[in-house]
Ligand binder design. Structure first.
Ligand code: GRF
Length: 197
């Protein structure tokens, strides 16, 4: 049985493209949906150009009412009957209620070597700390931010003279290797972490 994947994003969607491009041949999964909370997210056009269904659920009309936003999000997602959700630069914090509905079936990529640097500005924080390496993590999503069982990590060196943008670009390349590798295993039911370097 083919595993159906929904990808949620808010931005350009380079990780989403890496995931879509990976789901071919004998891959156990196929894309079912790319959804954004922003109608102007660049990733939507890239998905549509690849023949993948797209949806927008704007969070703004819901104001502070996260529960109603997440109900609308869940409903729209369910119209496409996905088995797995991949968060790929989805810039809304999801509450425990939404996470519980997808527990064990929702994964996220974060641009740091978790548990280091949860939250934002990960690259600047790694540079400020004088770290000699950085990287990215794919993890199962739980109610705690950027937490949950680690499914894979990729490491990159930090080079002298790196700016946050230079480091971000190096990490992003690693993200494009790691996320498809983890999704393939996850879709097969394999949650053993993989470590790329
Ligand atoms: C990536 O760095 C990802 O780790 C973070 O948001 C960024 C999304 O980039 N969660 P893109 O939209 O996939 O290019």
């Amino acid at each position: 049985m083919t595993v159906r994947v929904a990808i949620l994003l808010s931005g350009g969607g380079s990780n989403m493209v890496a995931l879509l491009d990976s789901m071919t041949g004998d891959h156990p999964a196929r894309p079912a949906l790319v959804l954004s909370n922003r109608a102007d997210a660049g990733g939507l056009q890239k998905a549509a150009a690849r023949g993948v269904a797209t949806e927008v659920v704007d969070h703004r009309p819901f104001g502070e009412d996260r529960a109603s936003f997440e109900d609308a999000l869940h409903q729209r997602i369910m119209e496409h009957s996905p088995d797995i959700i991949c968060l790929a630069g989805f810039m809304r914090v999801l509450t425990g209620g939404f996470v519980a509905r997808w527990q064990g079936r929702m994964i996220n990529i974060h641009p740091s070597l978790l548990p280091k640097y949860r939250g934002l500005h990960t690259h600047a924080r790694a540079l400020d700390a004088g770290d000699v390496e950085a990287g990215c993590t794919v993890h199962e999503v739980t109610a705690a931010l950027d937490d949950g069982p680690i499914l894979g990590q990729a490491r990159v060196p930090i080079k002298s003279g790196d700016s946050a943008d230079m480091l971000a670009a190096r990490v992003l390349k690693a993200e494009h290797q790691l996320y498809p590798a983890v999704l393939r295993r996850f879709a097969d039911g394999n949650r053993t972490p993989i470590y790329l370097s």
